[in-house]
Structure formats: structure tokens, C-alpha cells
Write a protein that binds this ligand. Structure first.
Ligand code: PEP
Length: 257
């Protein structure tokens, strides 16, 4: 059975108190769902809250592994005089499992480019965590038919220094920028086409065939089952619909259906 993934990306939402309430609502529901997953390793659930929430949620989770923590970002250097930044090692030291790298909001607003993202991936791997690499075309690229070229460039220029063994540790999230937070979900054909394309790049260029590829972009409890049913969609990276515990549980149920 292939492992399925669901990640809630909370972006810059929730106070620490609201984050704790969410987890207190979610955890009992996860206990109830657990028997539905064939085995624990078949379902990997993650929350990517703000840096500030991570220690509070880590304390709440203790030893339980029903859901794991991701960070939304980390710095591209291992350490140094970078006021206001957070290193990969700091995140690993409080039990964070992985880091989102290359989310379109960071590419757009923080102007993070391919070489910078390549460095971040290295830092995450050095710290013993898993990189969750986001890629996806802009609306302009989609309209002009350059969507594949754009995604290919994102993958090639940020993964260029990785060995096949390192590539195998990645999770890829295909997130068309025009679908993120817009309510305009990609069609099943578009999703299948791009997942097949990304799979081809990973196997042709790196000889790696088993990297999970998730879809992200306006995925919600109404459309999740259809999206997760597409060929080679290993799960979802969820923004808006991950902010309420009940909605998030509905998405998990869609993944397990
Ligand atoms: C995201 O933040 O990666 C995302 C997919 O957001 P939304 O689900 O709100 O489109």
C-alpha cells in the first residue's frame, strides 16, 4: 500500500492559543480515525504552523506520532549573524520533522530563487529533516502554455546538487500558483498531466521512481476525493481548508476513502 500524505499549511494564521485549541480538537478525532488506516505508516499527517506555534504543539504532542510538525521555512545558512532568522538545526532540535521549501508565497513575496531554495534543501537534509519541495506554474505560464517548462526549471535548478539518495527523501508538492487560495482548483486532467510530467523528470534525470507527489491549490472537503483519486497523487498540501479541525478531518477521510 502506498503511503498517503496530508499537510495543513497554516501560513500566518492563528494565535498560539488558537493553535492549541485546534490540536485539542483534532487529536481525539485522529485517535478515532487511526484504525481506518491499514497501518500507521500508510498515513502521514503534518501541520505546518508558524514558528511560534511549534514548541507549544510539540509539547502537546509529546511522544505521539499521529501527526507531525513541519516548519513553513528555514534559513539557507546553517548558523550565523542573521537577526530574526531560524535555522534548520533549531527546528530539528524541537522535534520538527520537515520544512516546506519553495512555497509560491515565499517565491513571490520574499523573492526566493532557485539557488537559494537549493541551499535550503541542503540545510534541511543536514539537520536530519525532510524537505517538502513546492513547485508550480504561474497563471501567465499556464496561459502561454509554458507551465511544464516553468516547473521543469524549478525542479532542475533547485534539485541539481542532490544525489539520487537525497532526492528519495523529498516530498514534492505540485501547486499551480493560480489555484492557491483562489478557489480555482486545477482540473483532474491538469493535475494528472503535471504529476506524470514531474514523475518523468524525477525518473529520467535522477533515476528515482518513488518520491511522493502531492497536489495543492484550493483543495477542500468537496473536491478532495476526486483530486486524491487522480493517478499518482499521494495526497495534498492544504491551506485554507486546514484551518478548522473538522474540515481537516474531512480531508483525511477523503484521503483514506
Ligand atoms: C497552500 O498554501 O499551499 C495552499 C494550497 O493553499 P489553499 O489550499 O488555500 O489553496
Amino acid at each position: 500500500m502506498k503511503k498517503k500524505y496530508l499537510i495543513g499549511n497554516w501560513k500566518m494564521y492563528k494565535t498560539v492559543q488558537e493553535a492549541v485549541v485546534f490540536m485539542q480538537q483534532l487529536l481525539p478525532q485522529l485517535e478515532a480515525i487511526r484504525p481506518l488506516a491499514i497501518c500507521d505508516t500508510a498515513l502521514a499527517l503534518y501541520i505546518a504552523p508558524s514558528f511560534l506555534h511549534l514548541p507549544a504543539i510539540a509539547a502537546l504532542l509529546g511522544d505521539q506520532k499521529s501527526i507531525q510538525l513541519l516548519a513553513q521555512n528555514c534559513h539557507h545558512e546553517a548558523e550565523g549573524a542573521f537577526t530574526g532568522e531560524v535555522s534548520a538545526a533549531m527546528l530539528a532540535s524541537i522535534g520538527v520533522s520537515g520544512v516546506l521549501i519553495g512555497h509560491s508565497e515565499r517565491r513571490n513575496y520574499q523573492k526566493e530563487d532557485h539557488p537559494l531554495l537549493a541551499k535550503k534543501i541542503k540545510r534541511v537534509l543536514e539537520a536530519g529533516m525532510q524537505p517538502f519541495f513546492c513547485c508550480g506554474e504561474s497563471l501567465a505560464a499556464r496561459r502561454s502554455g509554458n507551465h511544464k517548462a516553468m516547473v521543469q526549471q524549478q525542479l532542475q535548478e533547485s534539485l541539481v546538487d542532490l544525489t539520487p539518495k537525497e532526492i528519495e527523501t523529498l516530498v514534492i508538492a505540485y501547486e499551480p500558483v493560480w489555484a492557491i487560495g483562489t478557489g480555482q482548483v486545477a482540473t483532474m486532467e491538469e493535475i494528472t498531466e503535471m504529476h506524470t510530467f514531474i514523475r518523468g523528470i524525477l525518473s529520467n534525470h535522477y533515476g528515482v521512481g518513488n518520491v511522493p507527489i502531492l497536489y495543492g491549490g484550493s483543495c477542500n472537503p468537496q473536491n478532495a476525493a476526486a483530486i486524491f483519486g487522480c493517478a499518482d497523487v499521494a495526497g495534498g498540501l492544504i491551506g485554507g481548508a486546514s484551518l478548522e479541525a473538522d474540515q481537516f478531518v474531512k480531508m483525511i477521510m477523503a484521503l483514506l476513502a
